[in-house]
Design a protein around this ligand. Sequence first.
Ligand code: NAD
Ligand code: UD1
Length: 343
Amino acid sequence: MKNKIIVTGGCGYIGSHTVIELIENNFEVVILDDLSNSTEETLSRIEKITGVKPTFINIDLKNETKTKEVFSNHKDTKAVIHFAAHKAVGESVQKPLMYYKNNLYSLLNTLSAQVENNINGFIFSSSATVYGTPETLPITEENETQRPFSPYGNTKKVAEEILDDLIKSNPNFAAISLRYFNPIGAHESGLIGELPSGIPNNLMPYITQTAVGLREKLMVYGNDYPTKDGTPIRDYIHVVDLAKAHVLAVKRIIKKEQEKALEIFNLGTGNGFSVLDVIHSFEDVTNSKLNYEIVERRAGDVPKLYASTDLAKQKLGWTASKTLNEMILSSWNWEQKLRNKTK
Ligand code: NAD
Ligand code: UD1
């Protein structure tokens, strides 16, 4: 019998890549998603890639009654991977209550439904944003967390605190929080990838949309940071590498290999690249020129953020394998296929 995993937000960017890795590792997947930032077409694309169409339930996890009902129909679930959340940083500053409601109600309803049905394994999508502006680099899991600049970021910090309280109150519950650095890239098939709604906030989709002609030019937010070329440094991580870490986390929970009821792992490559590094690599691998302009800094940006990945390597047996060029090429491949299809 296959182990059943519930994946909330499984039609989204990171969720869909993780569902593929789970299916390829012989798990049975049930996706819960309200399609607020994704489409059902992802399911047939997952089927095209894996030969399996995962079970899909269209549900808004803010609805407590419905969430409990769904979980009670899947009591044999071994673990839950919780991706469902709104994630646009700027929007969260404009609409904080919408972000706290969506990200925290859906978390609380999922956890309550799990506890009620004795489903005791939980994997959480956290973010490096919980480190704020770090004083030491590379960032280890021991680095202090700080109140993130945005309400979005704060939902991640509060969620980790909720998990910490829950595991203390419930000796059966086990959780792993994965702090993602900067996920980019797409599946090698070019069938799934990131679908930013409206104008992208993040660097990589902005670059590919500019290169494909959808945006006029990329604004580079500041070149006066204390870095080698003045632009901020980030740890970009391929979404497929990220997805594979979730499978290892699921296995760790199922095999009860955890050393603590709440474990936290950074997911990055450990390498920092500046905004200009990314632009120049994009130009090299695509053999094209990108239209960009240096403008004012963006509020909330920190100068340098890159992970220590030692803990994930030691405990999960995970390391990222893809290079920056591979990440960029897969993002570019996805963008081109997307635009050719919708033209
Ligand atoms: P995404 O928007 O592509 O996927 C999130 C999915 O959750 C979407 O399919 C959306 O429809 C669904 N969803 C949202 N609210 C829901 C609700 N109330 N009920 C049911 N479904 C709901 O985002 P992503 O980039 O795949 O991110 C996945 C997770 O990883 C999120 O929690 C995000 O905050 C976190 N994260 C993402 C990044 C990143 O750069 N992409 C970085 C750090 C952390
Ligand atoms: C951002 C969020 C972070 C969130 C993460 C994943 C902010 C302040 N931080 O991280 O909370 O967890 O996305 O969703 O929004 N850049 C440009 N021009 C652009 C876009 C980005 O120059 O059009 C620069 C940024 O200044 C930054 C780098 O590119 O230095 C990476 O930006 P981005 O992809 O938005 O990621 P983060 O800022 O690291």
